[in-house]
Design a protein around this ligand. Structure first.
Ligand code: GTR
Length: 351
C-alpha cells in the first residue's frame, strides 16, 4: 500500500532536525495496521497546509493570473483555509517550456501556460491550435469548455500532468511593420512563433520564416530587427509592448490556441482525494471568472494599442480564403491518428 504523505513543499522540521514526515514514516512502519495507516494518512493530509506554486509568463494583473488568484481563494474556501496557490508571474521561473519541465518532474506544483507548450508532449493538445478550426468564439466555447475540451484535458495524464482547465485566449493575428492582407505579404518575413512544430508549420505554410522563441524575448527580437513580425492576441500585443516596433496589427485570426492550467501528476498523487476534488472544483469555478476578465481585457487592449499608435487592418480586409487553403494540410499532418481525426471531426460537427 502506498501512503502519500511527503509533499515536497510542505515538510516540517522537528527540533532534532529530523523531519516530522520522516518520523511519521517510521511510525507507519512500527504500527502498520490498516487502522493506524488510515489515522496517520488522515492526520498527515489534514495537518499540512500547502501553498501550491504556479508559474506564468504574464504580469500579476493579467487575466490568467487574476484567475489563478481566484482559483486559490476558492481552493482555500474548499479546504477550510488549508490550501492556496502562490503565483510566480512575469516569467520569473523561466519560459513556458522551462516551467512545464519543472511541473513534469514535480519541482513545481502547477502552471498556467498556453497549450502550445504541450504540442510536443500531448498530441491531443495540438487539436485546438489547428489553424482556422473554430468558426467563432461561441464554437470554441461549446467544444473546449465542453466534452471535447474534457477529452483533451484528460489526455494530459498520460504525459505526467493533470489537466485542470482551459481558458480562452481569443484569436492570434500577425503584426509587423507593414500590413498583412494575403500570402504575398507574409512571404519571406521572419515571424516569431511559440516553440511548437505546429506553429513553425503554420508560418512556413504562409511562406514565412518561423523563428521559435520564448515570450519574454520577443520584445527585444522585434526592437533589434532580428524579427520582422510576430503573432499574438491583442492583450499580449499590448502587455509586451510589441506594438512599439511592429505597429501594424492585421486581423488574420489564424488560431485560437487556448491557455491551460495543469498540475504535476507526481505531486497530485501525493494529495488526498478531497484535495484533488477541491483543486478540480476551484479550477472549474475560475473559468467563468476568467472569461469575464478576458472579454474586458481584449477590448481594453485593442483601444490601448490604437492609442499607442498601432494601426489595425480589420478581418474584412484579409484574404481569409487564401490563408485557410494554405493552412489546411496541417490538419492531416498533426491530427494524424484515427482518434485525433475523430476528435477534430467532433469539433467541426458541433453547431
Ligand atoms: C500568449 C499566451 C502566453 C504565451 C504567449 C506567447 O497569448 O497567453 O501564455 O504563450 O502568448 O506567445 O509566448
Amino acid at each position: 500500500m502506498h501512503i502519500a504523505i511527503t509533499p515536497h513543499n510542505a515538510s516540517q522540521s522537528s527540533k532534532s532536525g529530523k523531519s516530522t514526515t520522516g518520523s511519521r514514516l517510521s511510525s507507519v512502519r512500527m504500527f502498520c495496521t490498516p487502522i493506524a495507516i488510515a489515522v496517520l494518512a488522515f492526520s498527515a493530509s489534514t495537518a499540512m497546509a500547502r501553498n501550491f506554486r504556479s508559474a506564468d509568463v504574464h504580469a500579476k494583473d493579467f487575466p490568467t493570473n487574476m484567475a489563478m488568484k481566484y482559483m486559490g481563494d476558492e481552493l482555500s474556501k474548499e479546504t477550510s483555509g488549508k490550501d492556496n496557490i502562490k503565483v510566480f508571474s512575469d516569467s520569473a521561473l523561466g519560459s513556458e517550456k522551462d516551467t512545464v519541465e519543472q511541473v513534469k518532474i514535480g519541482a513545481l506544483d502547477m502552471v498556467r501556460v498556453n497549450s502550445s507548450a504541450f504540442h510536443g508532449i500531448v498530441p491531443e493538445s495540438v487539436i485546438p491550435a489547428l489553424p482556422f478550426l473554430f468558426r467563432d468564439i461561441e464554437h470554441f466555447r461549446k467544444t473546449i469548455y465542453g466534452p471535447q475540451g474534457d477529452k483533451i484535458l484528460a489526455a494530459f495524464e498520460k504525459a505526467g500532468f493533470v489537466g485542470l482547465a482551459f481558458y480562452e485566449s481569443g484569436a492570434r493575428s500577425i503584426y509587423a511593420h507593414k500590413p498583412i492582407r494575403n500570402l504575398s505579404d507574409t512571404k519571406g518575413l521572419k515571424i516569431r512563433v511559440q516553440p511548437s512544430d505546429l506553429m513553425v508549420g503554420l508560418v512556413s505554410a504562409m511562406g514565412g520564416s518561423a523563428t521559435p522563441m520564448p515570450y519574454a524575448e520577443v520584445y527585444t527580437g522585434l526592437k533589434t530587427g532580428l524579427l520582422d513580425a510576430a503573432e499574438n492576441n491583442y492583450p499580449s500585443y499590448e502587455e509586451a509592448k510589441h506594438y512599439e516596433s511592429a505597429a501594424v496589427y492585421s486581423e488574420t485570426f489564424h488560431v485560437m490556441t487556448p491557455e491551460v492550467v495543469v498540475f504535476s501528476k507526481k505531486i497530485w498523487d501525493t494529495l488526498s482525494k478531497e484535495e484533488q476534488a477541491a483543486l478540480r472544483k476551484s479550477a472549474r469555478a475560475s473559468v467563468p471568472y476568467y472569461v469575464t476578465l478576458w472579454e474586458a481585457k481584449e477590448k481594453e487592449a485593442k483601444a490601448a494599442v490604437v492609442k499607442g499608435g498601432a494601426k489595425i487592418i480589420p478581418a474584412s480586409e484579409i484574404d481569409r480564403k487564401g490563408f485557410v487553403e494554405a493552412e489546411k494540410p496541417l490538419w492531416d499532418k498533426f491530427a494524424n491518428t484515427p482518434e485525433l481525426k475523430s476528435l477534430v471531426q467532433e469539433i467541426v460537427n458541433t453547431k
